[in-house]
Write a protein that binds this ligand. Structure first.
Ligand SMILES: *Cc1c(COP(=O)(O)O)cnc(C)c1O
Length: 427
């Protein structure tokens, strides 16, 4: 049988495959990827710069020899074995690295199979911890508006209830406690203090029922690409300590250097840390939850005595092997200089877009560049315009944004800025 043509693949896809947040009956167009290398994708037969890193994950770009080799080598041994009652070198070596490169007290590692599952596990840990230390009434999470923590039900419950994508589930989800969105990065001390006062008030009102706090530290991602001051994290840490709450940082998007810090948790230490997305360099689905010995002991004091969670593909050896290779590559690749250079170039290239009609804001943090419009982006038109300029983008809501692979050099970032500019004009 001959290989299907591009048209045949796309026709079947259109009839039968769901895509993220996309209608099955009236889908927006999807495009065929046939190859990928470095920071470029071959889309509809044309090489374009990938501005999205496949949703924050492909930090080293595509077909990296070290990552390809890690997968191939592990495939030559075994690709998967159950993690119940068994262990293997890839999981142990990854666990060792994660304990080493994250802040000191985070030393107990749960390997989950996606970011959303890791958030579920983190929240389950928080609730079980509170039960374990004799506070079973503490069952709610405190979070801030504007957040995004994944698409499963408990994750949706801490995602922004109005601005987020889960409005339709209001009432069916666990009822969490929301404080206002932190002020934006660069806000003055008075704004931070006013936010802190409100947050403290909310925490005081609910402290008897609160188990923990969960936020995306320093940068809210899918909720609106919103950077905020590190002082807010210090306030959250203090409030958590004052009320006996566990502080959870969801660094699924911010981890592994994206913000200019290897982890934001280096600035303020959480009790529980979720990692995902770039963990495997974008090769395979894997996430991790790290916590402290004290939390692990608290959980062990709960009636179950164990973390009641165990995905079939927990600790998948292929994913662990490529994650270790990705971390080694990151640490030896001069990531910080690369992220700084990309950030500087995005800032210089995107700031002038402030003067375009319809643009309300341009903001950058680390290797992330965001242009906010005064209206919802025409996603199809903006995507077409970016592709015509040789760039892959996936705008959402009122945002055209990019977080390219760290291997994208000045020439690629130049093209990326050009693509964002065309997308903004068309969007
Ligand atoms: C993407 C994301 C998630 C969900 O991860 P999945 O792997 O898509 O389940 C959770 N939290 C944050 C901050 C994310 O960016």
């Amino acid at each position: 049988m001959s290989a299907p043509t591009a048209a045949e693949l796309l026709a079947f896809d259109r009839e039968h495959l769901w895509h993220p947040y996309t209608s099955m009956t009236e889908p927006t167009p999807v495009r065929l990827v046939t190859d990928a290398r470095g920071c470029e994708l071959e889309v509809d037969g044309r090489w374009v710069v990938d501005g999205m890193s496949s949703w924050w994950s492909a930090i080293h770009g595509y077909r990296h020899p070290a990552l390809d080799a890690a997968v191939a080598e592990q495939t030559g041994r075994f690709s998967h074995v159950m993690f119940g009652g068994l262990t293997h070198e890839p999981a142990v070596q990854l666990g060792r690295r994660l304990v080493e490169i994250t802040p000191e007290p985070l030393e107990r590692v749960f390997l989950a199979d996606s970011g959303s599952v890791s958030v579920e596990v983190a929240m389950k840990m928080v609730l079980q911890y509170q039960r374990g230390v004799g506070r079973p009434d503490r069952t709610r999470m405190l979070t801030v508006r504007g957040g995004y923590h994944g698409d499963t039900f408990d994750c949706m419950s801490v995602t922004d209830p109005v601005g987020g994508m889960h409005t339709m589930w209001a009432g069916l989800l666990p009822q969490q406690v929301f404080a206002p969105q932190p002020p934006r990065a660069g806000a003055d001390a008075a704004d931070v203090a006013a936010w802190a006062t409100t947050l403290r008030h909310v925490a005081d009102q609910h402290h008897h029922e609160l188990a923990g706090i969960i936020v995306e530290p320093l940068l809210q991602g899918a909720g609106g690409m919103w950077p905020y001051p590190v002082e807010c994290l210090r306030v959250l840490r203090d409030v958590a300590d004052e009320h006996g709450l566990l502080l959870v940082f969801d660094e699924i998007a911010t981890g592994f250097g994206r913000t200019g810090h290897l982890f934001v948790s280096e600035l303020v230490t959480p009790d529980v840390l979720c990692l995902g997305k770039a963990l495997t360099g974008g090769y395979l689905t894997l996430a991790a939850v790290l916590t402290t010995d004290a939390v692990a002991r608290g959980i062990s004091g709960s009636e179950a005595g164990v973390v009641m969670h165990g995905p079939t593909f927990m600790g998948n050896p292929l994913a662990c092997a490529v994650a270790s290779a990705s971390i080694d590559l990151l640490l030896t690749s001069g990531w910080k200089a690369a992220v700084t250079a990309i950030g500087d170039q995005l800032t210089a290239g995107l700031t002038p877009l402030r003067d375009l009609p319809g643009v309300v804001d341009v903001r950058t943090l680390g290797a992330v560049g965001v242009v906010q419009l005064d209206h919802p982006v025409d996603v199809v038109g903006a995507t077409d315009a970016a592709l015509a300029a040789g760039v892959w983008l996936r705008p959402f809501r009122d945002l055209v944004y990019a977080m390219p692979p760290y291997v994208a050099g000045p020439h690629a970032i130049d093209r990326l800025v050009g693509g964002i500019t065309e997308a903004v004009k068309a969007g």
